[in-house]
Write a protein that binds this ligand. Structure first.
Ligand code: NDP
Length: 328
């Protein structure tokens, strides 16, 4: 029997239980491409799945992990052959399809994007779903027509994974970035990524006004709830906010005033089912527009055995930047 190491989530008496285990290869799910996983990452959703804090996992047993970079071992898909370097983000991996915290994954070839030529598998997962989502958010703001000349932009959840990558990309493209954080002690880190100003989380945590003083031409929000509602009320006339996260909550306790009186636009960002063409574009842009030295400065590496501890930490907002999980 061929087995490989994986973080397997099983149903427990109350809730779920995740453990590093040997997984029988014959139990991999259907797919036309088998991949040797080189690296995965820790995203907020992985934290929810591994700790069982939210019902992310819809099938048991499940291999956790929503994204990977790896090497094709076998393929009956016309686009992929053994040896190809590939990236996968989302598509239900780690939720409904066996996921990435494993030495092997079997997936649909239609889900994969090629690893950009100048990018290592490690760097691709330093970016991970968090960074790819930051790029999708930026692309939405660009489609809106946002340019650096229109004024400063803001990033919430700044010291987290999405936030850190968003700051680095926006700064690289010439935007003046204001970083909203509950960790002002990370000011040097955030400025190192390119933030021009640090805004304390409490400035966007108070009661939401229908319209507040106009501060930013646009924003990328990883927090949701009161933070997003305040951000919308502070967005300048004609500006736009790309919302991708719920680290502060799922609700949106605001008013329609920013939309109907200032023409502000709110763009929703989904990385999981995002069409393949847009994914390819996002990864090409990440290859070009993200300074790898900044990526290295925001990343640390762990092994599969350390995932459980890191999963608990990310839900407490204690993880800075990005965590790569070495698999092979
Ligand atoms: P991280 O935990 O790395 O970052 C989240 C950050 O949000 C924290 O570092 C913290 O930043 C801030 N934060 C945490 N809790 C609170 C709170 N209660 N109130 C205000 N701010 C808070 O997670 P990721 O960056 O990986 O993910 C961020 C969000 O984006 C998550 O909700 C995740 O599910 C979502 N996401 C969505 C995707 C999509 O497809 N839409 C894809 C990827 C992620 P600081 O300390 O600087 O204040």
């Amino acid at each position: 029997m061929a087995t490989f190491k994986a973080i397997v989530i099983e149903k427990a008496e109350s809730g779920t239980k995740a453990a590093l285990a040997d997984f029988d290869e014959t139990n991999l799910m259907e797919g036309d491409v088998t991949v040797r996983v080189d690296y995965s990452t820790l995203n907020y959703k992985d934290g929810l799945a591994v700790t069982g804090k939210a019902p992310v996992v819809r099938r048991f047993p499940m291999i956790a992990g929503i994204d990977f970079a790896g090497t094709v071992e076998a393929s009956s898909h016309p686009a992929w052959k053994p040896g190809d370097k590939v990236i996968l983000n989302g598509w239900g991996c780690g939720e409904t399809h066996l996921g990435a915290y494993a030495e092997k994954a079997r997936v649909k070839g239609d889900w994969l994007v090629p690893l950009p030529q100048t990018m290592s598998a490690h760097d691709a997962m330093a970016i991970g779903t968090a960074g790819y989502t930051a790029m999708l958010a930026l692309m939405a703001l660009e489609r809106h027509g946002l340019t650096p000349a229109q004024g400063p932009v803001t990033v919430t959840g700044a010291a987290g994974g999405v936030g850190s990558v968003a700051i680095a990309i926006l700064a690289q493209l010439g935007f003046t970035v204001h970083a909203v954080t509950g960790r002002p002690q990370e000011a040097d880190y955030l400025k190192g990524l390119g933030a021009a100003e640090i805004v304390e989380r409490k400035e966007l945590s108070g009661p939401v006004k229908a319209l507040a003083k106009e501060r930013w031409a646009g924003g990328i929000d990883a927090v949701g709830s009161t933070m997003l509602a305040n951000l919308l009320s502070m967005t300048r006339y004609g500006g736009a906010v790309a919302a991708c996260g719920l680290a502060g909550g799922m609700d949106l306790p605001g008013s329609v005033a920013p939309f109907i009186l200032r023409g502000v636009c709110l763009y929703g960002i989904d990385s999981v089912m995002c069409p393949i063409e847009r994914r390819r574009e996002a990864w090409i842009r990440l290859e070009k527009d993200l300074d790898r030295r900044k990526l290295a400065a925001m990343t640390r590496e762990i092994g599969l055995g350390e995932v459980a501890e890191a999963a608990a930490a990310i839900l407490k907002g204690e993880v800075r930047g990005r965590i790569v999980v070495k698999i092979g």
